[in-house]
Design a protein around this ligand. Structure first.
Ligand SMILES: O=C(O)CCC(=O)C(=O)O
Length: 286
């Protein structure tokens, strides 16, 4: 009997000739730190990564993102008193650090397959008077029954301090391990209280939602979400990101935007590596 493989990916390996797989900056994180983060995520479904952004980085995010907050949500999910900015990578470079923070990548490297993708990057500003958002999971739109491994992971970054009053993200403890059950009224919503510059990293299977804002001030956050490389991301970044932006971002972000191959062939362009598009904007034949 032949050796066992978990998928054809193991058989094929990296078939690319010129554009080989690139290493994630998660590799720069102390393995003991990454392991402790991973242990917490696997046990609790989430971990709070405290104080990852400097005051200067936070100030730049506020300066760049606040002027983009020009509309409120269109439905109960987006929130009628919540402002959202999508496609942030096309509008500012200030959020790049959040999208590809090494502590986050180190966790993703351990939870998802290589060449996992960015699924979403948006700003969420919950303004005073907003009601609690409906509880949901971030990988629930992939129609595979639970319980199962998470197909995605998310971060929510506090740009303002997250408090129990101002709309800190609520989570349902232990819900990452549930089967197909839905939250009940008796399931407690626990606010993720954390200082600005911190993020909560959680599995796509964890039930959560934006909190109600009972404070007099808005609560600004960024959320970056990531999915397995064989799934369709929520935002179609390969369609929406101009090539000059793809060239301008870091290799970590470029790879997560879809300029990478899930072996042997997922993500190809005309039978070639998608990075060839960045050289000439026209797929080459060689
Ligand atoms: O803003 C938050 O705290 C959470 C929002 C959220 O989970 C979502 O809109 O998908």
């Amino acid at each position: 009997m032949g050796a066992e493989v978990s998928s054809v990916v193991d058989l094929a390996g990296d078939l690319a000739g010129r554009y080989r797989r690139t290493e994630s900056s998660g590799g720069t994180v102390d393995p003991a730190v990454a392991q402790a983060d991973l242990d917490a995520v696997l046990r609790d479904g989430y971990v709070i990564l405290a104080d990852l952004l400097t005051p200067e980085e936070l100030a730049e995010i506020r300066r760049e993102v606040r002027p983009l907050l020009d509309r409120t949500g269109r439905n109960n999910f987006e929130g009628h008193a919540t402002q959202r900015v999508y496609s942030l990578l096309n509008k500012t470079r200030s959020c790049d650090r959040v999208v590809a923070h090494p502590r986050v990548l180190a966790l993703l490297d351990r939870l998802l397959m290589p060449n996992y993708l960015l699924s979403m990057i948006q700003a969420i500003n919950i303004t005073p008077g907003e009601a609690a958002q409906m509880l949901h999971t971030d990988d629930g739109f992939y129609p595979l029954p639970r319980p199962r491994k998470a197909l995605s992971a998310a971060t929510i970054w506090a740009v303002d301090d997250f408090t129990a009053e101002n709309g800190a993200t609520d989570i349902v403890l232990g819900s990452h391990a549930w089967g197909n059950r839905l939250p009940a009224d008796t399931d407690e919503r626990v606010p993720v209280v954390m200082p600005a510059g911190s993020c909560v990293f959680f599995l796509g299977t964890l039930w959560h939602g934006g909190g109600a804002n009972h404070s007099p001030a808005p609560r600004l956050a960024l959320t970056a979400q990531y999915c397995e490389p064989w799934l369709r991301p929520q935002e179609a970044f390969t369609l929406s990101t101009p090539h000059d932006i793809v060239r301008a971002v870091s290799e970590d972000i470029r790879r997560m935007l879809g300029y990478s191959i899930h072996p042997p062939f997922i993500g190809q362009v005309n039978g070639m590596h998608p990075k060839r598009l960045l050289k000439t904007d026209v797929p080459e034949d060689d």
